[in-house]
Design a protein around this ligand. Structure first.
Ligand code: CUA
Length: 335
């Protein structure tokens, strides 16, 4: 009898340990949720640790009661089960302690929420629109438009204005801030200061259709000097002195279906269905951080984006091989 109780207790312990250990496994590396590299995520991770500490304490106490019960079993006195839970225990453990814990968490949550939504008047405004399935990015004060890669200066308050022109998406860069929904017909704001330079992966955190999982983006946090140089570079785009092949690529681009959906500044390509490609040559990824931006992937994407990201709004392009090479060379010059 004693052995079977011990076996049961060991089994319970093994299941608990396995759940905790295996819960940390994942095939695809996700962005760290406790990075704390932004003012907002730092505040939020403080709240997370308070909640974690309280939950861990409750878990340990309740778990130890279960273990004690598993070892002790139900005792009997004069042939009747013994009463092992006095009324006072139920009052304290069932009502007073949970109420105190919930009130503590509520207090921390309200103060944290108030702290992270405080706007700054010196903030750099960045307008982001959730598209299907990519992100349009506009710096209204700097005259820069781009997509899927958001350059930001470290140490300067940022104010993201977030909306959508289709369904609800959610803008989330776990390492720097909490998630904020982009809702059609409504502007939501996210105020944050990035504290550490680096490239942070962001994702859409609200199911929005077949390519929800591939609706990602990068936040490239740079020193103020590097950000200034990037912004200055953006302002002289697109390049004017094209090689013969690049110029032919531009001709093909603006005279084909490409121009109906994409904008390249200072050209006849002024479509607004797909991402603005004015600086596409300097982006690290294509298809909203789905594939790397190199010659092979770019050529494959243009020829048939549906094989890479099925269901996205760009149809396959039947360009001759030489036209495709020229278009690729032109797009790569845009940096
Ligand atoms: Cu956009 Cu999920």
């Amino acid at each position: 009898m004693r052995t079977s109780r011990r076996t049961r207790a060991l089994l319970v312990g093994a299941v608990v340990v396995a759940t905790v250990v295996l819960g940390a496994c994942s095939e695809k590396k996700s962005p760290a949720i406790l990075g704390g590299n932004g003012s907002e995520s730092h505040t939020i991770s403080g709240l997370w640790w308070v909640m974690f500490a309280l939950a861990a304490a409750v878990y340990a106490i309740v778990g130890s009661f279960i273990l004690v019960a598993a070892f002790r079993g139900r005792g009997t006195r004069h042939g009747r089960p013994t009463r092992i839970t006095p009324d006072g225990f139920i009052w304290v453990g069932g009502i007073i302690v949970p109420t105190l814990i919930l009130m503590t968490i509520a207090g921390f949550t309200v103060s944290t929420t108030a702290a992270v939504r405080k706007p700054s008047s010196q903030a750099l405004r960045i307008d982001v629109v959730g598209k299907r399935w990519w992100w349009a990015v506009d710096y209204p004060g700097l005259g820069i438009k781009t997509a899927n890669e958001i350059h930001v200066p470290v140490g300067q308050p940022l104010s993201f204005k977030l909306t959508s022109d289709n369904v609800i998406h959610s803008f989330w860069v776990p390492q720097i801030a909490g998630k904020v929904d982009t809702i059609p017909g409504q502007n939501n704001y996210l105020n944050v200061t990035v504290r550490k330079a680096g490239t942070y992966r962001g994702l859409c955190a609200e199911y929005c259709g077949t390519q929800h999982a591939n609706m990602q983006f990068l936040v490239i946090a740079q020193s103020p000097g590097d950000f200034g140089r990037w912004a200055a570079r953006e302002s002289i785009l697109p390049p004017r002195d094209l090689t013969e092949e690049q110029a032919r690529g531009q001709f093909v681009f603006v005279n084909s279906a490409c121009a109906g959906c994409h904008t390249i500044k200072d050209t006849q390509a002024q479509g607004d269905v797909g991402p603005d490609l004015t600086d596409v040559g300097q982006r690290q990824t294509l298809g909203a951080a789905t594939i790397p931006n190199d010659t092979g992937h770019l050529s494959g994407w243009i020829a048939n984006p549906q094989t890479v990201k099925p269901g996205n709004q760009m149809p396959p392009q039947s360009l001759s091989s030489s036209d495709l090479h020229a278009v690729v060379a032109y797009l790569q010059s845009l940096k």
